[in-house]
Design a protein around this ligand. Structure first.
Ligand code: SF4
Ligand code: SF4
Length: 188
């Protein structure tokens, strides 16, 4: 674990030490932003992955543990494979989730809302349309969330990280039927 001495002095290093002690690898983040730029669900997070790592560095423990991000991360490993510092973000998200749950967090509502928004978008188009998923999930939390997510969404659209229009498959009805069967099986 690499932690600057001055961070230990004012207590900010406690959080990164707490997390890194539960990991196999060091947290050597350069704040390059590759993780945020690569994350397929960053648009649905309240803080993108780089910001979560920054919170570890600055000791913002409560903010990180209260974030939606740790519940929205799909553990796809894209950020990890591209990170120049080898930061294992999915593993960090797991540590943060476990810590939040130990301290009484109730993630069910956020996870369920995200799942429902995900399923509804798939039903509509037969494949994922990220801006709609972000909007549906944001609205399920509140208009304030949609407004706060807008700048990141616009930035991602500008850089071609999000599609402007949905790409519908030939027969979205098949996916819709499949999603209906899944929901019935899960008692939704
Ligand atoms: S890609 Fe790695 S080094 Fe770059 S900001 Fe993300 S965690 Fe830090
Ligand atoms: S592992 Fe999580 S944070 Fe990393 S790219 Fe995938 S969804 Fe995003």
């Amino acid at each position: 674990m690499d932690v600057d001495a001055h961070l230990w002095e004012d207590g900010r290093a406690d959080f990164i030490a707490e997390v890194s002690n539960q990991l196999k690898d060091k947290i050597t983040c350069l704040q390059c932003g590759t993780c945020t730029g690569s994350c397929p669900v960053a648009f649905a997070m309240d803080y993108p992955p780089r910001d979560i790592i920054r919170m570890l560095q600055t000791g913002e423990r409560e903010k990180a543990l209260a974030s939606d991000t740790i519940w929205v991360c799909s553990f796809c490993n894209t950020c990890y494979t591209r990170c120049p510092g080898g930061v294992n973000i999915p593993e960090i998200m797991t540590v943060l989730k476990n810590t939040a749950m130990r301290e009484g967090a109730s993630p069910e509502k956020k996870e369920r809302n995200f799942y429902r928004a995900f399923a509804k978008t798939l039903e509509e188009h037969g494949r994922l349309f990220e801006p709609e998923l972000g909007l549906r999930y944001g609205l399920s939390i509140g208009v304030g969330r949609v407004i706060s997510d807008l700048p990141l969404g616009i930035e991602m659209l500008r850089h071609g990280k999000l599609p402007i229009l949905p790409h519908r498959i030939k027969n979205p009805g098949k996916v819709s039927k499949m999603m209906t069967r899944i929901k019935e099986a899960e008692g939704e």
